[in-house]
Design a binder for this molecule. Structure first.
Ligand code: ZN
Length: 244
């Protein structure tokens, strides 16, 4: 499966903005991508990364080397499913990936994780549920996949999760098969922490093909479904009054 966009990239603060943008655009273009979403962690949620500041965003080109940039963000999901970020920062992001992280939420019960994912998916701010198959947070997969299908919000298959934990591949494969069964959209992301990881989706595109997952189910596997997904994001946020 050929992927044309990377919708989960962390690089803010590693170099001046224009330099990072150049590195991302070069890497993305080499890998045949047409779009790269910068989704660094929002302020006050993590000491690992910082988000792009409005000043950074102002110098970020719309397109470079034929690669379009989206200025997004990654938001932490709290134990009760709220997104831990200032609403104005969430509203300012063109794409929000939401995820649970051990530095933020201690693992609880399967039911608690399920309810938290459910609430986060239902948030008008959330566009993608990021790395849900990370080990610390088991949940009722059918319930979340069914909800994602109903809301049309993609569940992420994360290359970094798979690189750090081989067992995660099995879990992500199970998620992909359930998504196919329920018609829930998927997205494959690098979660790049370095420029050279942009557009590196590891083995995921290959095993998606092996499993017979339809390319049309993966929002970043075709220009038409990518455009349709981004249009849905804009329309939903405009309707909720949270599109800047
Ligand atoms: Zn994350």
């Amino acid at each position: 499966m050929k992927l044309i966009a990377d919708l989960h990239i962390h690089l803010a603060g590693t170099a001046p903005c224009a330099q990072i943008a150049g590195q991302i655009a070069e890497q993305a273009a080499q890998r045949g991508l047409i779009l790269a979403a910068l989704t660094d962690h929002l302020p006050k949620t993590s000491n690992i990364h910082c988000a792009w500041s409005p000043a950074d965003q102002a110098v970020l080109p719309e397109t470079q080397n034929g690669v379009r940039f989206l200025c997004g963000a990654e938001a932490d999901i709290s134990a009760c499913g709220a997104l831990i970020a200032p609403p104005q920062a969430l509203a300012g992001a063109q794409l929000v990936v939401a995820a649970m992280h051990p530095y933020c939420v201690a693992p609880g019960s399967r039911l608690a994780h399920t309810e938290a994912f459910e609430a986060a998916l239902k948030s008008s701010y959330t566009d993608i549920l990021a790395h849900p198959m990370d080990a610390p947070y088991p949940f009722d997969e059918e319930r979340i996949v069914a909800l994602a299908a109903r809301l049309g919000k993609p569940l992420e298959l994360n290359a970094l999760s798979e690189r750090s934990d081989l067992q995660c591949r099995q879990a992500q494969q199970r998620l992909a098969q359930l998504a196919a069964q329920y018609g829930a959209p998927l997205v494959v992301s690098s979660d790049a922490q370095r420029p050279e990881q942009v557009g590196d989706f590891g083995a995921i595109p290959y095993w998606l093909d092996d499993l017979g997952i339809a390319q049309t189910l993966v929002v970043n596997a075709g220009a038409s479904q990518l455009a349709a997904f981004l249009a849905r994001v804009r329309a939903r946020k405009r309707e909720a009054g949270i599109w800047n």
